[in-house]
Design a protein around this ligand. Structure first.
Ligand SMILES: [Zn+2]
Length: 150
């Protein structure tokens, strides 16, 4: 997968990527598409509560661009919530910071984003134990919401 300068960096790929209002018949259901970087903008700003400046740095984009991505993302979510539309999270121009894993025996290794979304690791490549877990990105402590540990 090639890398382009306009790709935005994300630290998290949502596990659940489709939300549907329960009372709208499928035949009448409209969908909004949220890109992965738009979801990331909401995560950083609204879930983690970071300042826009820090969000922009995390995503490797200018503050102006971040602000634009965020407003578009919020607009889509609002549209879905208030007009009863489904939300699909997919696609977008993004790259993910390498995710570091560690096994119970202390081996550590990095998993590139491309691998994370297609086939996340199940075993330690050194000792083959399935007891592995991803380390928190950015070396910072954060809460467990949205985090999946294997
Ligand atoms: Zn190991």
């Amino acid at each position: 997968m090639g890398r382009q300068p306009l790709w935005r960096r994300v630290g998290f790929i949502p596990q659940i990527t489709y939300f549907r209002p329960s009372e709208v018949p499928l035949a009448h259901l409209q969908e909004v598409c949220l890109s992965v970087e738009e979801a990331e903008a909401i995560r950083l700003k609204d879930l983690e509560g970071l300042e826009q400046e820090e969000c922009a740095q995390r995503m490797n984009i200018s503050r102006t661009t971040f602000s634009r991505v965020l407003s578009l993302a919020r607009q889509k979510v609002a549209d879905a919530l208030l007009n009863g539309k489904a939300i699909k999270i997919e696609g977008g121009n993004f790259e993910m910071a390498v995710r570091r894993f560690r096994c119970v025996n202390g081996h550590g290794w990095d998993v590139p984003f491309e691998v994370m979304i297609t086939s996340p690791p199940r075993f330690c490549p050194t000792c083959s134990t399935p007891s592995i877990r991803p380390l928190q990105p950015y070396g910072r402590r954060r809460d467990r919401r949205g985090e999946r540990n294997q």
